[in-house]
Design a protein around this ligand. Structure first.
Ligand SMILES: Nc1ncnc2c1ncn2[C@@H]1O[C@H](COP(=O)(O)OP(=O)(O)OP(=O)(O)O)[C@@H](O)[C@H]1O
Ligand SMILES: [Mg+2]
Length: 251
């Protein structure tokens, strides 16, 4: 069963003359264990799609299904459970809490769950090791490099071992080395733990880590490519598709 399915989903903003269609009749599925990328020019509707798939936003029309169940039929508790316990989020601006240390930021999602302190510490150590954050656990976000901040955000997103990670331009503010580290980490979580990933990006290098990419333009699916070849060849394929789709903003 698909972990997420969008059926003829549309999202419009404004009313009457100012009505604006950000996403127009889009359907696709995300299967468990996938590493799906969403690409397309600025304003194409990528973030809007991600937000609807993650239930942070709702379509104007059409249906979103979680594990085969229509989200509008789920009560608030079920939705909150999905957002809090089954999904992890990585956004471009990290949204770390400045008054908490790195360790406190990472363990935050576990605190509401009454997880035993020893278990919290065990998992924080594991995540910190994986993300090379052991030496900065007692530091505050203001003392970190941009790449370290992004890794803390990634740590917070995976500490609960979510079934799916939603990432919107996760490498947007990273230098290439930090970006590569984060992407290798995401690939590892995807391969070793079968964590499903949906990642929005406009960067071909970042996208080359995906196994499948859906290209959107003007709120619609333009095309889709699957990775069968090496990452380098997939990268070329992505560049070629970008050339076809054009980078210009929506008029
Ligand atoms: N809250 C909103 N109110 C009105 N229009 C919106 C709102 N959110 C998004 N839009 C519009 O919907 C369209 C799609 O926006 P979206 O953020 O999904 O694009 P995107 O593909 O993520 O772009 P970018 O690459 O720049 O992040 C844009 O034209 C945007 O201006
Ligand atoms: Mg966006």
């Amino acid at each position: 069963m698909s972990i997420i399915e969008l059926r003829q989903v549309s999202k419009t903003y404004g009313i009457k003359k100012n009505r604006y269609s950000a996403v127009n009749n889009v359907s696709f599925r995300i299967e468990p264990g996938e590493f799906l990328g969403i690409m397309g020019p600025s304003g194409a509707g990528k973030s809007t799609l991600l937000n609807m798939a993650s239930t942070l936003d709702f379509p104007t029309s059409g249906t979103v299904l979680l594990n085969g169940k229509v989200t509008t039929g789920l009560n608030e508790r079920k939705l909150a459970d999905f957002r809090k316990n089954k999904s992890g989020y990585i956004f471009q601006d990290f949204s770390l809490l400045e008054n908490l240390t790195v360790q406190e930021n990472i363990e935050l999602p576990l605190l509401a769950d009454h997880v035993a302190a020893r278990e919290v510490w065990r998992r924080v150590r594991q995540v910190a090791q994986l993300l090379l954050l052991e030496s900065v656990l007692n530091h505050y976000p203001s003392e970190l490099s941009v790449g370290q901040k992004q890794r803390v955000a990634a740590g917070r997103a995976i500490i609960k071992r979510p079934a799916i990670i939603f990432a919107d331009e996760p490498t947007g503010s990273l230098d290439s080395r930090s970006a590569t580290e984060l992407l290798q980490f995401l690939s590892e979580v995807n391969q070793k733990e079968q964590t499903t990933i949906m990642m929005v990006t406009h960067d071909p290098f970042t996208a080359s880590y995906c196994k499948r990419i859906i290209f959107v333009r003007d709120g619609q699916i333009f095309s889709e490519i699957n990775r069968a070849e090496s990452r380098q060849d997939f990268f070329e394929k992505i560049i070629n598709m970008q050339a076809v789709i054009g980078g210009g903003p929506k008029r």
